[in-house]
Design a protein around this ligand. Structure first.
Ligand SMILES: Cc1ncc(C[n+]2csc(CCOP(=O)(O)OP(=O)(O)O)c2C)c(N)n1
Ligand code: SF4
Ligand SMILES: [Mg+2]
Length: 342
């Protein structure tokens, strides 16, 4: 049962118990022009299928706006609104506050209406970070912000974002003869940042559409808990990552199996790993990162040294972080000793 005391949560969306129990109705259908093998389009379809018909979707500029609203066509069956590139947070908060006010004044029937705002990694993890952060402090309004992470500003031809992985070839970081890796910064830890920094946000999860039922169930959990919630989805992008579109599903799996992108949810401060990430926590070996990286042409310029560096950074996430692969803080040995001596 959802705890409704803390927020305005008014509905219980039970998890789908297996693929056969998933509802057949579609609210994101034909009529879009995304690339073949686009995982972000699949994320839109699963996200709104999980939420159901009483849902308003808000979307910031990016592939999931442009390719989904080509002139006079749209795949959206539910009400949908475009919002400015950095505004998914503001749009979520404003819409949920507006609905609440109309219901309070009796101008609308009082009923649960899901407000979901999506954003890309550029729009969400870079440009719109402040607005998302503000929304996650407003516990009195129900909304879900879903960040679809294709690891670049894809719609404007693959510029690097704060979520582009180390070394990737983008139009802003083409490998050259003099400098092999132009992009040398490590990817932001977006879900960990949202979970650790927003005490009023009761639910943060990471998902990947390669695990579709689990992904939908995280959306249902977020909408059941209510208040402001956040989901980070890793979405293989054939154009930006430069691979055969038939590999989208497999690359999603490899991102998890190598430990590069962990699957977890943080509910009321408790971290729960799930899927193959849980298996890793329980002792299953992580696959080497090279199995994931070398299937993508954006890393075709990598030499052994780069693969080793990438592996070392991922190993650190699992072996040195205070909460493995979630929160990167490390306590000093002296602090640890003092606490355990109490
Ligand atoms: C304020 C602003 N700056 C730049 C643009 C141009 N622009 C449109 S979509 C886009 C890329 C957005 O990247 P992301 O949020 O990652 O979404 P994706 O295109 O990858 O789906 C950019 C830079 C814009 N629309 N608004
Ligand atoms: S560029 Fe990537 S995210 Fe954009 S429509 Fe194509 S596959 Fe999807
Ligand atoms: Mg993007």
């Amino acid at each position: 049962m959802a705890d409704t005391a803390f927020t305005n949560a008014t509905q219980i969306l039970e998890p789908f118990k297996g693929v056969k129990k998933v509802t057949i109705e579609e609210y994101f259908t034909s009529g879009h022009r995304t690339c073949q093998g686009c995982e972000s389009a699949l994320v839109m379809k699963l996200m709104v299928k999980a939420a159901g018909p009483r849902t308003i979707v808000l979307g910031s500029t990016g592939c999931m706006y442009v390719a989904n609203t080509t002139y006079y066509t749209t795949p959206w069956v539910v009400p949908w609104m475009h919002t400015q590139l950095g505004s998914s947070g503001s749009a979520a908060l404003g819409t949920s506050a507006g609905l609440k006010a109309l219901m309070k004044k009796g101008k609308m029937k009082s009923e649960p209406i899901n407000v979901i705002a999506f954003c890309g990694d550029g729009g969400g993890a870079d440009m719109g970070l402040g607005a998302i952060s503000a929304t996650l402090t407003h516990k009195e309004y129900n909304s879900l912000i879903l960040l679809y992470d294709n690891e670049s500003y894809a719609n404007t031809d693959i510029q690097l974002s704060g979520l582009t992985p180390f070394g990737a070839n983008t139009t802003f970081s083409p490998p050259g003869k003099a400098i092999r890796n132009i992009h040398t910064r490590w990817k932001k830890n977006m879900a960990g940042l949202m979970a650790a920094g927003h005490p009023e946000c009761r639910y943060v999860a990471t998902v990947c559409a390669s695990y579709a039922v689990e992904m939908m169930n995280k959306v249902r959990r977020a909408l059941t808990i209510g208040g402001p919630t956040f989901i980070h989805s890793l979405d293989p992008c054939p154009k930006g990552w430069d691979y055969d579109p038939m590999l989208s599903h497999e690359l999603g799996e490899l991102a998890i199996e190598t430990g590069i992108f962990p699957l977890y949810e943080v509910e009321d401060g408790q971290v729960k790993y799930y899927g193959k990430t849980k298996a890793i926590i329980e002792g299953r070996a992580r696959k080497p990162v090279r199995e994931y990286l070398l299937k993508q042409e954006r890393f075709a310029h990598f030499v052994e040294e780069d693969l080793d560096y990438f592996q070392k950074k991922v190993d650190e996430m699992w072996e040195k972080w205070e909460i493995p692969a979630v929160v990167p803080f490390r306590r000093l040995d002296a602090t640890r000793a003092a606490l355990s001596a109490k």
